[in-house]
Design a protein around this ligand. Structure first.
Ligand code: GUN
Length: 376
């Protein structure tokens, strides 16, 4: 390609996107308008397209080349496939799990006259945390777990939280203790999480449980609920993990880090992509399994996804939406419209990982109650 042609390619690509917003669905309309169909559906075509774009854009404008390359790769990737990914339906899997748990709790109640108990401590007035806690309480009721709730003011002291934890640690009717995170910034999260007895640590956040998760030949008593839910979805949908390449995007204590440890325990080869990773797209494009947990709406574009991979989207991000009654809608970390045309299976948002987190909390609480009561 001559440099004049390359310059023209770059300029027309830039023009194409000058009117697009950051919302990935706008770009899909544009691609759909091209009305390109199946002849383009091949990974060889994709590779060639990317190579041409890379050469063209680098020659024309070295400084802006990578963003243009990505945009073009998005177009070509979307052209190459039609919506084909299987939807991994976390909502219906979670319902199935809740039914299994409810029937186990009935059996326990009939046999030893005991039901599991879960204590939830909420500090402060974050709306999202209040919603999560309300949903957890509702889910407990739906399966027969007795829930205990403590709501403390934002300016409560760490001592007060520790006092409640100590009370619940000593209370035999409480089998699981959950302190909703994040805590207000004046509290030391490590002190609080370490105070939860490991036998009641249904969140799996006590460093002893996380330590066992990280070590070979050790078994944690509990595994953090969101990553456990991600793996459960892969299992229930028959996605092979052993020997596969997995990429976890995000390295939080709650999701990214334990998700990577869990995948490694399942014999995947795991890479963790984070805010300082130099080439997140390239690394993610190698993955057979992607778990995205960054908390940034639509950050993972179609061009990041290897054709045929399985995508688990943990993100639940509110984005402005004037057409919605609430004025916002929920979007994942992955641009669903793009990725669902490339992946072989993908979780939606909402209705993917979210309901699984709560189902895993119920499952951990039931396991804690069985262990405490020596009930098989
Ligand atoms: N905040 C966001 N996710 C979680 C979770 O899984 N457990 C707790 N305790 N807090 C959270």
């Amino acid at each position: 390609m001559t440099s004049a042609a390359a310059a023209a390619a770059t300029s027309s690509a830039t023009k194409m996107f000058s009117t697009a917003t950051d919302n990935c669905s706008h770009r899909i309309f544009l691609v759909t308008d091209l009305q390109v169909r199946r002849p383009w559906r091949s990974s060889a075509f994709l590779r060639t397209s990317r190579t041409i774009c890379t050469h063209a854009c680098t020659a024309a404008s070295p400084r802006s080349s990578s963003s243009v390359i990505n945009e073009l790769a998005n177009i070509f990737t979307a052209m190459a496939t039609e919506a084909s990914a299987k939807v991994i339906d976390g909502k219906s899997v979670a319902k199935e799990i809740r039914e299994e748990i409810a029937s186990e709790i009935s059996r326990m109640k009939e046999s030893i006259g005991v039901v599991p108990g879960l204590a939830v401590i909420l500090v402060g007035d974050r709306k999202d945390s209040a919603t999560y806690v309300r949903n957890k309480k509702k889910a407990c009721e739906s399966v027969g777990i007795k829930s205990y709730e403590v709501c403390l003011a934002e300016d409560s002291s760490e001592q007060e939280v520790l006092k409640y934890i100590s009370g619940f640690n000593d209370d035999p009717s409480v089998n699981g203790i959950l302190v909703q995170l994040p805590l207000p910034s004046h509290m030391n999260e490590q002190n609080v999480l370490t105070a939860v007895s490991i036998e009641k640590d249904v969140d799996g956040f006590n460093p002893l449980n996380i330590g066992c998760l990280a070590m070979r030949d050790r078994e944690p008593l509990f595994v953090p609920c969101t990553p456990k839910g991600c793996i459960e979805l892969l299992h229930r949908y028959g996605v092979p993990i052993k020997g596969k390449r997995a990429v976890v995007i995000g390295r939080s204590n709650i999701v990214g880090m334990p998700a990577a440890l869990l995948l490694q325990r399942e014999d995947a080869t795991v890479s963790v992509v984070h805010s300082r990773t130099k080439n997140p797209e390239e690394i993610t494009r190698e993955a057979d399994i992607v778990i995205a947990a960054v908390g940034q709406a639509n950050m993972v574009r179609g061009s990041w996804i290897k054709p045929g991979s399985v995508v688990i989207d943990v993100g639940i991000n509110p984005v402005e939406d004037a057409e919605s009654k609430r004025g916002y809608r929920l979007a994942g970390d992955v641009c669903y419209e793009e990725a669902s045309k490339i992946a072989s299976a993908i979780t939606p948002v909402p209705g993917g990982v979210g309901p699984m987190t709560i189902a895993m909390l119920l499952s951990n609480t039931l396991a804690a109650a069985k262990r405490a009561n020596n009930f098989q």
